[in-house]
Design a protein around this ligand. Structure first.
Ligand code: URA
Length: 255
């Protein structure tokens, strides 16, 4: 089989691996491979898509970066599925919108508000963006095991970082009327956080009969600030990575 066009991988290179960790940032791939703790090999790096394969006694885990947002996430899931991957865990960062959630905590997404476009190419907007139960359970068990502060619930997944997440500290300072006040409304609806990939991931996976979950580290609390501090990323990222890596190892050890 020839390589898939964007990830530039072949089925043979994955050696039967069926579980993938999906960070957005290609720069995070080596750290995630290291957290998995096995023998790691870089397989490909094309555009935003960087892939490592990590072999462990429990099984093999693929780590592929998706880039930011739905369109490139859909490509990564589609092409990994063509190569035999059927279980996906997004690991990334997010902005909390509930007062009680601290920077550094992790959020395990059970379902996502579909404020994206890519997922509508796979299923109509009435179709829910829900996480796979077994993947979510593995993430919760992993969070308990690592001892990090965690929250489980609904995420708002937006195509844009600025207007769709109601940020005013921008070039124009203007947010469309459709988004003005939307953060307060999501808060009232018990949505926990904003990020940019989970709606696409969860819908594409469910629509294709695959399994997906999502864990993100909280890098800002939007009830207090819009701006993301580097120190907050440094606090939150390792927590999300630790939870995602443990969850992946739990899952591969079960099959
Ligand atoms: N990622 C997002 O999409 N939003 C945030 O506020 C933080 C990380």
């Amino acid at each position: 089989m020839s390589a898939v066009p964007h990830l530039r991988l072949t089925r043979g290179q994955l050696g039967g691996a069926w579980c993938a960790l999906l960070p957005g940032d290609p720069g995070r791939v080596p750290a995630i491979a290291a957290a998995l703790g096995g023998e790691a090999q870089e397989l490909a790096y094309n555009r935003e898509f960087r892939t490592y394969l990590v072999r462990r006694p429990e099984g093999t885990v693929v780590v592929t970066s998706t880039g930011i947002g739905g369109p490139s996430t859909a490509i990564a899931v589609e092409e990994l599925a063509q190569l035999g991957v059927d279980t996906f865990i997004r690991v990334g960062t997010s902005g909390a919108i509930q007062e009680k959630i601290d920077v550094g905590a992790v959020i395990i997404t059970t379902g996502a508000v579909r404020l994206d476009g890519a997922s509508t190419h796979y299923a109509p907007i009435e179709y829910p963006a829900v996480a796979d139960h077994e993947v979510t359970q593995a993430l919760i068990e992993a969070a308990l095991e690592t001892g990090v502060q965690y929250h489980v619930g609904i995420t708002c997944s937006s195509d844009t970082f600025y207007p769709g997440q109601e940020r005013y500290d921008t070039f124009s300072g203007y947010v469309l009327r459709r988004f003005q006040g939307i953060t307060a409304e999501w808060r009232r609806l018990h949505v926990l956080n904003y990020e940019m990939e989970s709606a696409t991931l969860l819908v594409v996976a469910s629509a294709l009969g695959l399994h997906a979950g999502c864990v993100t580290g909280v890098v800002v609390n939007r009830t207090r600030a819009e701006h993301i501090e580097e120190a907050s990323v440094a606090r939150a990222e390792p927590n999300a990575i630790a939870v995602a890596a443990r969850a992946a190892l739990r899952l591969v050890g079960r099959r």
